[in-house]
Design a protein around this ligand. Structure first.
Ligand SMILES: C[S@@+](CC[C@H](N)C(=O)[O-])C[C@H]1O[C@@H](n2cnc3c(N)ncnc32)[C@H](O)[C@@H]1O
Length: 212
């Protein structure tokens, strides 16, 4: 999985090995990925009819789970700067029989008008960005959220142990983001922290923040 820092569209670490990515996530979660995705949907407090964006959607696993949970009344979009990730996400959504609007785009410049979404997800993505990119992304998330909307971010805290997981070994430049840094990022973007805590898997934690 090559992290291409010279991507034309973003300064973030864009991933290109889409099939390998899915395999690694599956391996590193010891078969608990479905449970992990389900927990994310619960934490975001999805409601029927919600409009959802997955920012840095990768191969679309969470976006597909969100669409299945929302049913025909809900709208789900996903953006990723990697063409390969978007191609695999589209293929997985076709196979799952769900309609999702995937776009190849950087999260620092979301291709949507203001106030479009009830929920924005950012899972295992913000650590790919440099601080400036993270700030742009948080401001963009704030811009596309409706009043009363919320963002659910999940990311990797610095590891408690020195032992590296499979994912971390493969993903050599794996970054981390302290939970207070993530909280400050959303607060600086004008969002209010609604909930936060550990995910109970790896060294991951979540933050749920709301727009007024
Ligand atoms: C570790 S993967 C997480 C994917 C997905 N959110 C998940 O939960 O499986 C990080 C994703 O962020 C994407 N990415 C990195 N920098 C980005 C950027 N600036 N804009 C959009 N996507 C980006 C990568 O291409 C990759 O698909």
């Amino acid at each position: 999985m090559e992290a291409d820092k010279q991507s034309r569209t973003t300064a973030g670490a864009v991933l290109h090995g889409a099939f390998v990515y899915d395999l690694l996530v599956w391996l590193s979660m010891f078969g608990r990925e479905r449970e992990f995705r389900r927990r994310i949907l619960q934490l975001a407090r999805l409601k029927p009819g919600d409009s959802v964006l997955d920012a840095g959607c990768g191969t679309g696993t969470l976006a597909i789970a969100a669409k299945k949970s929302l049913g025909p009344g809900g709208r789900v979009c996903g953006v990723d700067a990697s063409r390969e990730m978007i191609a695999r996400a589209e293929s997985k959504a076709r196979k799952a029989g769900v309609e999702i609007g995937f776009k190849n785009s950087p999260v620092e410049l979301l291709p949507f008008p203001d106030g479009q979404f009830d929920v924005v997800f950012s899972t295992m993505m913000l650590h790919h960005l440099a601080p400036k990119g993270r700030r742009s992304c948080a401001a963009e998330i704030r811009r596309v959220l409706r009043p009363g909307g919320r963002v659910l971010a999940v990311d990797f805290a610095p590891p408690a142990s020195r032992r590296k997981s499979i994912l971390e070994r493969f993903h050599r430049r794996h970054g981390h983001l302290k939970n207070d840094e993530l909280q400050a990022l959303f607060e600086e973007a004008g969002l209010t922290i609604l909930d936060k805590g550990p995910m109970g898997i790896k060294d991951m934690y979540f933050i749920l923040a709301g727009a007024e």
